[in-house]
Write a protein that binds this ligand. Sequence first.
Ligand SMILES: [Zn+2]
Length: 222
Amino acid sequence: MLVIQGLHASEVTRGGRAYLVVGPMECVVVDSGAPDGALGVSHMVDAARRPLHEVRLILLTHAHAGHAGNAAALRELTGARLAASEETARLLRTPGAAGPQRGRFRRSAPWPPEPIWVDDVLTPGQVLDLAGGIEVLDAPGHAPGSLAFHCYGPGALMLGDAASIDRRTGRLLPPPARHTADPRAVGATVERLAAVAARVVCPGHGLPTVDSRRPSRVPPRG
Ligand SMILES: [Zn+2]
């Protein structure tokens, strides 16, 4: 599913949606879906007609199994580096620390079942020089260490589960209270994310929205 030039959204990942940001020479995967042996993300990379070895980086918005579920398998498959916030990295290297892995047909199991080691720890404000530039945004509230990403290439904002999109108004909504680790942080997070000048807004669940009237502004690099 091609959403906009430079951006693909997964169609068959279980759990959360994964995205592929494509540059001329390299690709970046944002989130990896619930554990499925990385089949869902591989399908997305195939559909984008890019070889797996062009995936250079796997970015995680947070540590939940529905989003980080294939991080280790995907790294093995692609040779890409795995990047996340310091808190997400800590949760992923501690078996069972990132909450249950909810299965549709089976009882939930601890997540992660074994340590997942993150290669690069991301700091909010950092801009990654890949696929047109990707800015790391702090997005606390939903899960400890949640990040969002502003991908300058396609002009896309990756929300993870830090906010969702109101289908009627197109506005950003905070995550439901039962899916909020830090209720005091969600309001400010949603406000800051809503102010990001991105043409495409990509939620961790559901479909992206495209506002073609909104010019994507790339902040000056320096
Ligand atoms: Zn989540």
